[in-house]
Design a protein around this ligand. Structure first.
Ligand SMILES: Nc1ncnc2c1ncn2[C@@H]1O[C@H](COP(=O)(O)OP(=O)(O)OP(=O)(O)O)[C@@H](O)[C@H]1O
Ligand SMILES: O=C(O)C[C@@H](O)[C@H](O)C(=O)CO
Length: 332
């Protein structure tokens, strides 16, 4: 199965949501309380996905609001530097700040993120700041679930989805759940369901789908039975190091295996997976190959320090896939 995209669009992918800053612990295997140094990177799931896609050679754009200060300028310059179109990044004029994510690397298996997201600029994106002429130039609109957490960003995203539908832009909904920003699980479930039912592709972890359904320990079959009654053509459910599944509306199931690697930290897996998975789909590869691309990209990023700067090239991804399939052949 291959998804079909418009071939005549200027942008392969436009992401909407937050562009923030990651402050990653420089000391490994150390609790946050004792960590003294942090290295800054651009962060925020949709920004990471735009950066990852651009490094893979896609033409990526970004819609979001950034702070009118040194941090906001750092983010815009970095994203422009890696080839992301930043013409539709809006500079906040009301004193809102850049969202921060401090990461703790207690051990490769025990990582956590401490988020500072009060009054963050990204959640103040206004519907009037979403431009129809920009959206209609895209093959894919990548929507981050966190951008639905508060108004006016919520309405800005709903407008972008409406415009994407109007211009036949494929909507990819990355659930990207960050509990901290939401008022209640019920509220999250309402907005996640609303957007997932309108999307063409929905991507998330099993836990995030449970949040969408407001259940504990939901099942993949119930998730797809529900979503395939609506717009989605493809649903991707990730299970961490256990790998991932892609389900098509036509009834096929594809399994993606994680590539085991020397893990430095676990965060960044989801964003690198999404950018390489989408790269493969948009460039016409089949779902099995897209799953391999996503898994290989994630394996590369979890072995490195950052989420954004560590995003791999196509050559690195293809090399890892080739090395592992050669090894698998040797062990048969
Ligand atoms: N420890 C690991 N080693 C190798 N690959 C991994 C590891 N953890 C995750 N992956 C790969 O990354 C994919 C996505 O991981 P996961 O399900 O943890 O997503 P996520 O929770 O969205 O990630 P994040 O931690 O960035 O939020 C997995 O399907 C797997 O292919
Ligand atoms: O999404 C965030 O706001 C934080 C990310 O930038 C961070 O690198 C991460 O969690 C990636 O999964």
């Amino acid at each position: 199965m291959n998804l079909q995209f418009h071939s005549d669009r200027e942008f392969d992918l436009i992401a909407i949501g937050r562009a923030c800053m990651d402050l990653n612990a420089v000391e490994y295997n150390c609790p946050m309380e004792e960590t003294m140094t942090f290295k800054k990177y651009v962060g925020g799931s949709p920004a990471n996905i735009a950066i990852g896609s651009s490094k893979l050679g896609l033409k990526a754009g970004f819609i979001g609001k950034i702070a009118n200060d040194q941090h906001g300028r750092f983010i815009e310059q970095y994203m422009r530097g890696v080839g992301v179109d930043t013409s539709n990044m809006v500079i906040d004029q009301e004193g809102h700040k850049t969202g921060l994510a401090f990461t703790e690397i207690k051990s490769p298996e025990e990582c956590s993120i401490l988020m500072y997201r009060d009054e963050v600029a990204d959640l103040y994106l206004q519907p009037s700041e979403v431009d129809e002429d920009y959206i209609k130039k895209a093959k894919v609109l990548l929507v981050s679930g966190t951008a639905l957490a508060k108004s006016p960003s919520r309405e800005a995203v709903l407008k972008a989805i409406h415009l994407a539908k109007k211009h036949d832009v494929k909507i990819v909904f990355e659930l990207d759940y960050r509990g901290y920003t939401w008022v209640s699980p019920e509220e999250t479930s309402v907005y996640y369901s609303l957007v997932a039912e309108q999307a063409d592709v929905v991507v998330g972890t099993r836990d995030e789908f449970d949040v969408m359904e407001n259940v504990t320990e939901g099942s993949n079959s119930e998730t797809i039975n529900h979503l395939f009654k609506y717009s989605p053509e493809l649903v991707v459910i990730k299970h961490g190091v256990e790998g991932s599944y892609a389900y098509s509306k036509s009834g096929e199931t594809f399994r993606g295996h994680a590539y085991l690697t020397k893990v430095l930290k676990t965060f960044g897996a989801g964003d690198s997976y999404a950018s390489a998975f989408l790269y493969a789909l948009i460039t016409g590869k089949d779902i099995e190959t897209a799953l391999k691309f996503g898994s290989a990209s994630a394996a590369i990023v979890v072995s490195k320090h950052s989420s954004s700067e560590a995003m791999p090239t196509v050559v690195e991804i293809e090399q890892l896939i080739a090395d592992r399939s050669e090894k698998a052949e040797q062990t048969v």
